[in-house]
Design a protein around this ligand. Sequence first.
Ligand code: HEC
Ligand code: HEC
Length: 273
Amino acid sequence: MRSVAAYAVPALPAAIVVGFFVWFANWIPQTRWQPPQKLTISEAMTPTELATLGATLVRQRGCMTCHTIEPGAGIKGGGRGPNLADIAVRRAKGATGGPASLMEYLTQSLYEPSAYLVEGFSNIMPASTAAPAKLNYEEVVAVVNYLQSLGGRPSVKIGDIPRPAGIAAAAPAPLAASAADPKALFNSLGCAGCHSLEAGKKVLGPSLDAAGIRQAAAARKMSLEAFLGEAIVDPKAYESKEFPTGVMPQDFGTKLTAAQLVALIDYLTGRKP
Ligand code: HEC
Ligand code: HEC
């Protein structure tokens, strides 16, 4: 186990005001699409204010692809990762493993998820400072406060936890090789057998050309990444009228590592990893 001090790097100049636009539709299908909004994180914010921003970040940056936040559902909760509801209560009641302090535990979970694996779950979580979440330091602080608020009281100010030091690049090791070649991945997983990448060319499933997926994501009021993540991991979530449902394998969610999922999404969106 590493102590949080292991992440420390010399303090950066206090350029802390971070503005960013929220372009993404909320991941949770029941909530309505919100127009772009500006979130600003400043040093003056209280932990409670930061926790509110953290709640938004967790929903925008793909955490809910794997996690659920469902009070009373227990740690298993039905996602690929632990149910995060009541995580503060769980730790306070003596859930062991990883750093003892809640703040250090949550920080380590975000910076270096493989340092401690929650029992019963596998090593698929990418570091939150790496793709796809790409949280910056201030955003990590906001998310830690939000996680503390799930059963506890948010208490972290900007500066209380160390800045990440080069840990971001660490991806889950086992499948990094295949994730490095997303085209081969797309073929070897059988995607290419059912999906063309050429516009308008239907095979068994819809063409996954750039304009087509963009349109499909917009029709569902979702960000492109969230749409693709859901379509790959949980094809049943959306019943298409044009294509047979239940044909696409339902188990990519358990077979793919996060690195592979991210590589596929990057490949389809044409984004450089
Ligand atoms: C690809 C799936 C995946 C994604 C995406 C993901 N996680 Fe995880 N997460 C897991 C798994 C699996 C575990 C349990 C194994 C471990 O400890 O790494 C976990 C563990 C955790 C834990 C410790 C939970 C506990 O009960 O002790 C926290 C906190 C956490 N994740 C937060 C996040 C946040 C915040 C994000 C988004 C920035 C995120 N995760 C994104 C899969 C994921
Ligand atoms: C056996 C055929 C088959 C395989 C293999 C398959 N798919 Fe699909 N896929 C479909 C069908 C049929 C649909 C449309 C119906 C549905 O959503 O279930 C679909 C839907 C999708 C969608 C939603 C597209 C839209 O415009 O709505 C995406 C994205 C997608 N698949 C990606 C993938 C990826 C990536 C892989 C490989 C990891 C894959 N599929 C493997 C048949 C397949």
